[in-house]
Every structure is written in structure tokens, then in C-alpha cells.
Design a protein. Sequence first.
Length: 150
Amino acid sequence: MSGVTPHVQAVPPNAVQLDLTSALRYFDLSPYDTVQMAMMRLKGLYGIDSSAELAGNRMLAARASYASALGETTWVPAEGVADWLYPRPVTTLPGIGRAAAETLHRYGLHTIGQIADRRRSRRAILASAGVSAHLDVTLRWSGTESTPPD
């Protein structure tokens, strides 16, 4: 992928992260078109089918990876982050495993939006301290925290 960008990072076991910031200027394409070009090169040069996630930061791109089927691109536009995140399942959040998801489900919390609408103190009660911190960071970075902190 060095023909597209010099900023390539392997993400085990079977992914790669490309920082396309410099490629946008070089190829004078939109972010979406640059991603499509990279996917086309992967397929054409190496025979690799791929999916892609396009977002304003790594955390959102990682969340988008749960929504991308092979051959598709999931784009989370900056102005639509909250709308995109709210219906996503809690299991797409970092640190939410099966046990934490079951606990949240018992309290009727199935989506990121339902968690975002809870006060910070209530989120901490519902989840372990580590998971609560992940939730706070995820909601703060994505701009989806709709309630004030306690």
C-alpha cells in the first residue's frame, strides 16, 4: 500500500490501518474516493477483498469496522457521528465483553445511545470501572454524551 500512503500499520490478526491524510492531497480525491482507490489496488494487485471504515478518528473507525461487510465501505461523517453511533449495539464498544453486555441488557441498555443518555454515575454503577471509563472516553470523543457529568 506504499503506492497510496507511506503511513501503513498492521493490526493483527488480519487488518491494516492506513492514514490517508497525505494521500488526499497527493491524489486530489475525496476521502471516500481515496479509500475506494486503496481497496481497488488491494484487489487488483494482490487479489485481496477488503472492507473499509472511514471516520474522523481511529476510535470511530474501529466502531465502524463492526458494520462493514466484505467489499463495503462504512463512512461515519463528522456531522453525523451521534446519529451513527446511537443505534449501534453496546457490544461494539471497547471493553464490553459478554458479561458486561449481559449486565447492561438486564438493565434494558442495548445500544450506545441508551448508555449515552444515562448520567455518568449511573453508567459507573452498571459497568465495571474500566468499562465505565471506556464508555466515557468513547462518548466524549464521539460527541454523543447528551447528559451532563455529575
